[in-house]
Design a protein around this ligand. Structure first.
Ligand code: CA
Length: 471
């Protein structure tokens, strides 16, 4: 009798083990992989966003298989803070997520980040390149963190030498070299190697590719510069700082001035402005090619059908707009971002003009993978939009230093506030009549009521813990 019991137990054990194995295989077959492409300083000046002068064929192709967000906004227009906010789903406050140096580990140590959520649910998580701003931030959320060398990202030896000795080299570089001399070329090779490796794993993956360009310096191989002619490059229509705009809205683009040869004060020359725009465009086409290689490998490895691809730029960029360079302001050019989401079997080039915030990315990816987002992720899932429903959200809230902006339909309203929450400057644009943001309506009598309503709504929506520093 005892012998039979043992045999039954062994048989049961084998059955259970087979069942677990089968369940694992089924889970592997159904749990979608995530390819998470974060791009540094990419504004939505791309061919698939209607900018026909930009050559971005691989992103265009991805967009044709995705849902394209025509009105996506970062919650804070600076690298470290924007990334921390998106990766945690937490809205920035007056005291948390403030600048480029923001670290998830310092500002939100107890929050379960997006990669951590996936890791806890059986995913292999890999961070390649610049995903968080800090190399080792949120380290425990990743099975592997990898960064390409060299950190200075120049190809010419004189520029490398300059970068080694001083803080910054020139703001642009054109070199007749192959793609892999620069960081993002090396990054693409690593992500491709990961795909080959991950294909054979029995676990789904969350694979992040943190692309370094088009962040300054605008360095890329010559062939990408040659896609554009300098004589065709024009300064933006909004190359002006109107007197009606509060002085707080502008900065002196100190980030750019740190680079070699850029004047320490005053305007930059028209020639330099055009060279920068040219360099930015070349960098965009360069990274487009690198992302194209990764997407091609995804297809080649037979992974595309079960891999969700999300591609986002960490914030917008002023490329001479309002005579500004870099980010760090609350004009639309610094807040509006490219965002595309490919869900196999669901997306095929749809577009949405629903206003979307970056904190909405976390609950969306969690829902698509069948995971429960933690309560700290306060955004709204975009899955209903994916399912063809109309979004009921027509607003976003963004902030930078004292400036807090509410985007509500066509209205862009910014207040600069003190510690008591009182406004000391205001700016309002109606994009229906003024898409270039040249006519500040906030101080005009006929807009008094609109401003009052937006001010109330801004306070209602900037988050209940806006003035707290505890999380
Ligand atoms: Ca950035």
């Amino acid at each position: 009798m005892k012998k039979y019991s043992i045999l039954i137990l062994i048989a049961l054990g084998m059955f259970t083990s087979c069942a677990v194995q089968k369940k694992k295989v089924e889970e592997k077959a159904t749990a979608p992989n995530i390819l998470f492409i974060a791009i540094d300083d990419l504004r939505p000046e791309l061919n698939f966003y209607g900018a026909n002068h930009i050559q971005s064929p691989h992103l265009d192709n991805l967009a044709s298989e995705s849902l394209v967000f025509d009105q996506a906004y970062c919650n804070i227009p600076v690298c470290g803070a924007s990334r921390t906010s998106l990766l945690t789903g937490v809205r920035p406050t007056r005291k948390r997520m403030l600048n480029a140096y923001t670290q998830k580990d310092i500002d939100l140590p107890n929050v379960i980040s997006l990669p951590m959520l996936f890791k806890q649910n059986g995913y292999t998580t890999i961070s390649n390149g610049k995903v968080y701003h800090h190399k080792k931030d949120d380290e425990s959320a990743w099975d592997e963190i990898w960064h390409p060398d060299p950190i200075w990202d120049y190809a010419k030896s004189e520029n490398q030498q300059f970068r080694k000795e001083k803080r910054k080299g020139p703001p642009v570089e054109m070199a007749d070299v192959v793609d892999t001399v620069y960081r993002d070329g090396k990054l693409a090779l690593k992500v491709i190697a990961d795909l080959k490796k991950l294909k054979n794993q029995d676990k789904p993956f969350f694979l992040a590719m943190g692309v370094a360009k088009p962040h300054l310096p605008f360095t890329s191989p010559k062939k990408y510069w040659e896609l554009y002619k300098r004589e065709d490059i024009e300064l933006p229509e909004s190359y002006v700082q109107p007197k009606s705009t509060p002085k707080e809205a502008f900065h002196r683009f100190g980030e750019l001035r740190k680079y070699q040869g850029v004047p320490k004060k005053g305007e930059i020359s028209e020639d330099m402005a055009k060279e920068l725009i040219h360099g930015y465009y070349a960098s965009v086409s360069y990274i487009d090619a690198q992302i194209g290689l990764v997407l091609e490998e995804l297809e080649k490895q037979g992974l595309a059908e079960n891999t969700i691809v999300v591609l986002w730029g960490d914030h917008g960029w002023n490329l001479g707009d309002h005579k500004l360079w870099c980010k760090h302001v609350t004009f639309e050019k610094a807040l509006k971002t490219p965002l595309i989401l490919k869900v196999p079997g669901k997306t095929n080039g749809q577009r949405t003009d629903a206003i979307t915030e970056y904190i909405d990315v976390y609950p969306t990816l969690a829902e698509l993978a069948g995971l429960s987002a933690p309560e700290t992720a306060v955004g709204q899932s975009m899955v209903p939009i994916l399912n063809g429903q109309k979004s009921d959200k027509d607003w976003a809230v963004c902030k930078f230093k004292d400036a807090v902006t509410i985007i509500k339909g066509d209205l862009f309203y910014t207040e600069w506030i003190d510690n008591k929450g009182e406004a000391y400057a205001r700016m309002l644009f109606d994009h229906k009549i003024d898409p270039l943001e040249l006519d500040n309506l906030a101080e005009k009598k006929e807009y008094t009521e609109t401003v009052e309503n937006l001010a109330k709504e801004l306070r209602a929506k900037w988050g209940s813990n806006f003035f707290d520093d505890v999380m």
